[in-house]
Write a protein that binds this ligand. Structure first.
Ligand code: UD1
Ligand code: MG
Length: 449
């Protein structure tokens, strides 16, 4: 059987003015990556033969964002924003003369899931061969959404935009999500007939339903979930969408065996990678690029980004792990410890109040409370190396570049500016003077006897 050809068109030419931002709407992040990439990832699971991104003039960052994506999208510019029908028309070169399906999705509707997209495509490819399959939904507030007008047999007859709808039509609660799968052969013919004599003066893609019915074709609706098809138009919507996505990430983690003590307070990134038997306390945040192996405990209020944590390690509470950090097997990183671009080898411990930046810490080394690697001299960054089994006394400042040898010890409060050889003790603090009886002599009241 000949493969059903699919051309996916992503509409993203809108300005997104309601976001109140200089960043194009579809580049706002969700789960730590631009919402457009989120949508592209879902789309790539549907494996369209061709993908077309419709953007507006002056939206180079948008096309640049997906330029290297595996879907290899073709970018077309809609010079004037004359409506959703017009936006699909500017991409017509990519489907004119094709059989199969044109799948239209909106760049600002990134929460769609793969099963929903697949179901939409299956309905379109069913024996009834509907000309248009619309993903409908019943929003909590129908507001400005287009209304799906059905006949008595449950077939879609037309879509009416809220601004053009009669009060009876406005009472219809089944709404248009905007996502459609359309017969590619018929689409150019339908687009040619679009008019802009409506409330917005735009060429509505939604009008193709009525035009297809006039051609004697049927149109269908697949009902979806509001949590998947909500469009993002404002920062309030963005926050709501982030909430929906985080819920999905949390479910996915727990289904994979991760323990979340208080799921609603843990934030993941799209690429957070967690092993088995990982336990995560309340209020933990994962930025991009975190991988955690099996049997790791991450205690509350820890913040991780660009970090690999090996099995058996214990992190936090209140740990901050910044990009370029490797935490070795069974290592312990405790409260108020910040680590950046450093390798902490297996079994090493930094349990309290430290900054470790641009460092290599050897196996089983112990970093005392208050240790600071002074990695930046105001001009450049330098490395600190701490040997295996070394003991860094509390409140040591390690002025990089500097090395502390294997098994070496630094005395508490030392400022280490020169390398310390293996097995040596380095102490740089002043020696302690003791004046017996000084305190009570000072406190003795004067002239009172
Ligand atoms: C559209 C639908 C409406 C549906 C709603 C769902 C039409 C006429 N109406 O309305 O039935 O309920 O979405 O959210 O289709 N775009 C372009 N070029 C344009 C205009 C829009 O690329 O000239 C893009 C936008 O960037 C956006 C999408 O198309 O990604 C939808 O446009 P928008 O103006 O938000 O349509 P709605 O009025 O929300
Ligand atoms: Mg919209």
């Amino acid at each position: 059987m000949k493969k059903h050809r699919t051309v996916a068109i992503v509409l993203a030419a809108g300005l997104g003015t309601r976001m109140g931002s200089t960043l194009p709407k579809v580049l706002h992040p969700l789960g730590g990556r631009p919402m457009l990439l989120q949508l592209f990832e879902t789309l790539s699971n549907v494996q369209p033969d061709t993908t077309v991104l419709v953007t507006g003039p002056d939206m180079d960052p948008v096309s640049g964002m997906v330029a290297n994506h595996k879907l290899k999208p073709n970018v077309v510019i809609q010079e004037e924003r004359l409506g959703t029908g017009h936006a699909v028309t500017v991409a017509r070169n990519f489907f004119e003369g094709n059989t199969g399906t044109v799948l239209v999705v909106y760049g600002d509707t990134p929460l769609l899931t793969v099963p929903t997209m697949q179901s939409l495509m299956s309905v379109r490819q069913s024996n009834e061969n509907p000309a248009v399959v619309v993903l409908g939904f019943r929003p909590s507030e129908a507001g400005e959404y287009g209304r799906l007008i059905m006949d008595n047999h449950g077939s879609l007859q037309k879509i009416v935009e809220a601004k053009d709808a009669s009060s009876e039509e406005l009472n219809q609660l089944l709404c248009n999500s905007g996502i459609m799968a359309i017969d590619a052969i018929l689409l150019p013919f339908l687009l040619d007939q679009l008019k802009n004599d409506n409330a917005k003066g735009e060429y509505y893609l939604t009008d193709i339903v009525e035009l297809a019915i006039l051609e004697g074709r049927s149109c269908a609706v697949l009902e979806g979930d509001e949590n998947e098809v909500m469009g993002i138009n404002s920062k309030v919507d963005l926050a709501a969408a982030e909430g929906i996505l985080q819920k999905r990430y949390r479910q996915r983690a727990m289904n994979a065996g991760v323990t979340l003590l208080d799921p609603s307070t843990v934030f993941f990134s799209w690429d957070t990678n967690l092993g088995r038997n990982v336990s995560i306390g309340p209020n933990v945040y994962f930025g991009q690029g975190v991988t955690v192996d099996d049997d790791v405990e991450i205690h509350s209020f820890s913040h991780l980004e660009g970090t690999k944590v090996y099995s058996g390690a214990v992190i936090g509470p209140f740990a901050r792990l910044r990009p370029g950090t490797d935490i070795g097997r069974d290592a312990h990183i405790g409260n108020f410890v910040e680590i950046k671009n450093s390798v902490i080898s297996s079994g090493a411990k930094a349990n309290h109040l430290s900054y470790i930046g641009d460092a290599k810490v050897g196996q089983n080394a112990n970093i005392g409370a208050g240790t600071i690697t002074c990695n930046y001299d105001g001009q450049k960054k330098s490395m600190t190396e701490i040997g295996a089994g070394a003991f860094i006394g509390s409140n040591t400042s390690l002025v990089a570049p500097v090395k502390v040898g294997v098994g070496a010890v630094t005395g508490a409060g030392s400022v280490i500016t020169k390398d310390v050889e293996d097995d040596a003790l380095a102490v740089t603090r002043g020696s302690q003077n003791v004046v017996p009886g000084w305190a009570s002599r000072r406190q003795k009241p004067k002239g009172n006897d």
